[in-house]
Design a protein around this ligand. Structure first.
Ligand code: DGP
Length: 139
């Protein structure tokens, strides 16, 4: 499998660093964002290391989006947000900070005033684990 020993998400896939895991299948994985923009903020990645939308093969982006739909449905059922943004950054100019292709599932509230580049603030790990368990029940 294509991997990069310096990549934080490859380390998560390999189990070398912990994550709050929501779901995995043969090709993809979903885990809670450590810097959540809102409650339930989840990341979906291909297990293989591909830097961005330009690098990732079409069939693998397809598998990743299939997982995104599954997770978004569970997030919708669990949290009943006012909306969900799917966000995916490519390149520093787009505020990509981890160079392993990933899609953000970002639940939204009418009054959250979240901006596109929402900033990276550490989340409350107990709250992140708790919402992960709640979403899991709807997978
Ligand atoms: P982006 O800025 O679009 O490349 O998003 C990268 C996201 O990854 C950002 O929201 C924070 C998150 N993140 C960074 N390091 C870790 C980590 O070690 N664990 C988890 N769960 N999320 C991480």
């Amino acid at each position: 499998m294509r991997t990069d020993s310096n990549c934080i998400f490859c380390k998560i896939v390999a189990g070398e660093i912990p994550c709050v895991k929501l779901y995995e299948d043969e090709l993809t994985m979903a885990f809670m964002d450590i810097n959540p923009g809102n409650e339930g903020h989840t990341l979906v990645i291909p297990k293989e290391h591909w830097e961005d939308v330009h690098a990732i093969p079409s069939d693998l982006i397809g598998s990743t989006v299939k997982t995104v739909k599954k997770i978004a449905t569970a997030v919708e059922e669990t949290l009943n947000p006012d909306g969900i943004n799917l966000v995916q950054a490519n390149g520093k100019g787009a505020a990509q900070s981890v160079f392993h292709f990933h899609m953000h599932i970002l639940p939204r509230r009418m009054d959250d005033e979240l901006k596109m580049n929402w900033g990276l603030r550490p989340g409350d790990m107990d709250a992140i684990k708790e919402v992960c368990e709640r979403i899991k029940k709807n997978l």
